[in-house]
Design a protein around this ligand. Structure first.
Ligand SMILES: Nc1ncnc2c1ncn2[C@@H]1O[C@H](COP(=O)(O)OP(=O)(O)OP(=O)(O)O)[C@@H](O)[C@H]1O
Length: 611
């Protein structure tokens, strides 16, 4: 049994923020990382005590978007710093130095309306003997305020109001803005309206928030609405989706907890979203490790080795059952039939049964629907020289002989013509073959693995498949359920395919965004793993950055083209799609790149529903 102190240890040392909210919307648990990333506790690099802005204090502001994520800082509040300039508007970038509540002392400030500046904007001054500089670098999304060589740097996502306050009496720094200020109501607007600030030091690392209302600490937002909805029993699909908490983006997952005997509540799992790529890699690794661990556990329960059937990816109860049966089949030499819809992994499983049970022996794969009926016999059993017109002089080894000592995999066995079925039956019974044109028996020792996506029982009933052969090959049936019925395998499969495809194409490892994952997880995959593979492959070729977004996924269209016309249309659509994405939907650029006229482009965009 894991003790509660062990659980607490894990929660406080994991890389994810975890908050548990009960039915009454109170926080019952909040781990250390959740407190740190939401700003409930501060990683204080510039320590200071608690207090508030007093008359005569010097206030320095670097605000990239006035009125946004700065405690609704307005012109009215700026008057307290002796800034009274009607030209300054909401959303402007503002750098300011002023003395609080002293009409006689002039402030220094700079405001800029243009948001897309690529060069940093700054002011610097010797203000009452203090060397002060403040800057905003929109290209790198960084604000910095330096007082007498002591910098305070805050990176931002959409907006930030970096603030430093110098004590007017002692000249020491009494407040330094740190991330998470919204949760503490320490935004510059709040401070200028008289709100106090907390001390920032290492001792404040374990603030207890247990029992506090969720909305006392976090703003009302789309996320809080979803969270409360989940507490009221509403279905929620927030799974690695980006939501803002106190104006900063986080990768959020809401997991309702409904256990008999316990209070209903929800877990909120949060991660910082500022470096999505790194996070996604970390998250994927964690989930993979977790799922791997669960897989090992379930394999142990079933009593088969850890390394068995590793490449048959999946951890759903159905996938585990398939692997268990496959393992059992690999340990014996009886014939096996694998059934399942097209693309469920029948061929892959057949190869794995062979590799695990009889490594180093031949594995011959025969696709029965690719052989002309007249050639079946000679292909399966071989022939001797001069057996028929067109036969090679030296004769030919058939698939059975080639597979001797190993496995013959008969894919699409339902497509074997009736007259060959009877011959196959004899081989299975007697373990003897005759090459076409020869009466010399050849003893063979071959295990048959057959596969089909047809209903053989029905074929037996309507006379297209021999009943006796059916009984012979149906000794050990393994049915692989469609992917849509074992969705919990999706996550592992997605990662597995992604890795494989990136390796195959010699690309850097890519990651799926939360939205892209959600889109894949909510689709039913009628084409099974093959459709999933095609979709991922296409998405990767469409996407230029290292993150694959949902826009790159052409779900439901991949791999459905059958005719040349359909295939060409799919390619045309993909090429136009890629070009539109590359040029940010700039049609002129797309026309130039693809060398097509406006009329043609508009016609194609309409035809393929590309926006
Ligand atoms: N569980 C799995 N783990 C990893 N890859 C899988 C899995 N299942 C299927 N695949 C992959 O999906 C693709 C399709 O699988 P496969 O060809 O084995 O399907 P199938 O059932 O034999 O299809 P068909 O009936 O059309 O021949 C292959 O590239 C295979 O490697």
């Amino acid at each position: 049994m894991v003790s509660s102190s062990q659980i607490e240890f894990i929660m406080n040392n994991m890389n994810l923020g975890l908050v548990y909210v009960d039915k009454s919307r109170r926080i019952q648990m909040c781990n250390q990382i959740a407190k740190e990333i939401t700003g409930i506790v501060v990683d204080a690099h510039n320590n200071h005590g608690s207090g508030k802005i007093e008359d005569g204090d010097i206030v320095v502001i670097a605000d990239n978007k006035l009125g946004d994520d700065d405690g609704e800082l307005s012109l009215d509040e700026l008057k307290s710093l002796n800034i009274n300039d009607k030209q300054i508007k909401d959303d402007d970038m503002l750098l300011a130095i002023g003395v609080y509540n002293n009409e006689k002392i002039q402030s220094q400030y700079k405001y800029i309306r243009e948001h897309q500046l690529r060069v940093p904007v700054s002011i610097s001054s010797n203000y009452f003997g203090f060397n002060i500089s403040a800057s905003i670098d929109t290209a790198n999304k960084v604000t910095e305020i330096t007082v007498n060589g002591q910098p305070n740097r805050i990176e931002y996502y959409s907006s930030v109001g970096n603030t430093v306050v110098i004590d007017g009496k002692t000249g020491s720094i009494k407040f330094v803005q740190a991330r998470g200020y919204s949760v503490r109501h320490e935004a510059v607007g709040d401070l200028l309206r008289g709100h106090g600030f907390i001390a920032k030091d290492v001792e404040r690392k374990d603030i207890d928030v247990t029992g506090k209302m969720f909305l006392e600490l976090f703003d009302k937002s789309k996320l809080s609405d979803e969270l409360f909805g989940a507490l009221d029993g509403r279905e929620t699909i927030i799974n690695n989706s980006i939501y803002e908490i106190n104006k900063r983006p986080f990768v959020c997952t809401i997991v309702p907890w409904r256990e008999e005997g316990a209070d209903d509540g929800v877990f909120l799992i949060i991660q910082e979203a500022e470096n999505l790529e790194k996070l996604m890699i970390a998250r994927n690794e964690i989930i993979e490790q977790m799922e791997d661990g669960q897989l090992r556990e379930s394999q142990k329960e079933l009593g088969f080795p850890e390394d068995a059937f590793k490449s048959f990816v999946g951890r759903s109860p159905q996938a585990n059952e398939v692997k268990y049966l496959a393992y059992k089949a690999s340990q014996n030499k009886f014939n096996v039939i694998i059934t399942g819809e097209s693309g469920t992994g029948k061929s892959q499983l057949a190869k794995e049964i062979h590799d695990y049970g009889t490594p180093g022996t031949p594995f011959i794969e025969v696709n029965c629907n690719a052989i002309a009926p007249s050639l079946f016999e000679s292909e399966l059993f071989g022939y001797v020289g001069g057996a028929f017109t067109g036969a090679k002089n030296e004769g030919k080894t058939g698939f059975f002989e080639a597979a001797n000592g190993g496995t013959l995999f008969l894919d699409e066995i339902g497509d074997i013509p009736l007259e060959i079925q009877v011959k196959l039956l004899h081989v299975l019974q007697d373990k003897i073959i005759y090459r076409v044109g020869s009466s010399k028996p050849i003893r063979i020792n071959v295990r048959i693995i057959a596969a089909t996506n047809q209903n053989l029982e029905l074929m037996v009933a309507n006379g297209t498949f021999r009943q006796d052969l059916y009984y012979r090959i149906n000794v050990f049936p393994i049915d692989i359920p469609p992917l849509g019925e074992r969705k919990s395998d999706l996550y592992l499969l997605i990662n597995h395919i992604l890795k494989r495809v990136c390796n195959e194409y010699g690309m850097e490892m890519k990651q799926f965004s939360g939205d892209a994952l959600n889109k894949m997880l909510s689709y039913n995959w009628p084409g099974n793993v093959r459709e999933l593979e095609n979709t991922i492959e296409r998405a990767i070729t469409l996407c230029e950055s290292n993150i694959v977004y949902s826009e790159h996924l052409r779900i439901g269209t991949a791999g459905t083209a059958n005719t040349l016309k359909e295939m060409l249309a799919e390619d045309e659509k993909r090429i136009i799609d890629t070009s539109m994405m590359k040029h940010n939907s700039n049609k002129q650029a797309v026309m130039e790149e693809l060398d097509i006229s406006r009329t043609v482009l508009y016609e194609k965009l309409k035809k393929y529903g590309i926006k």
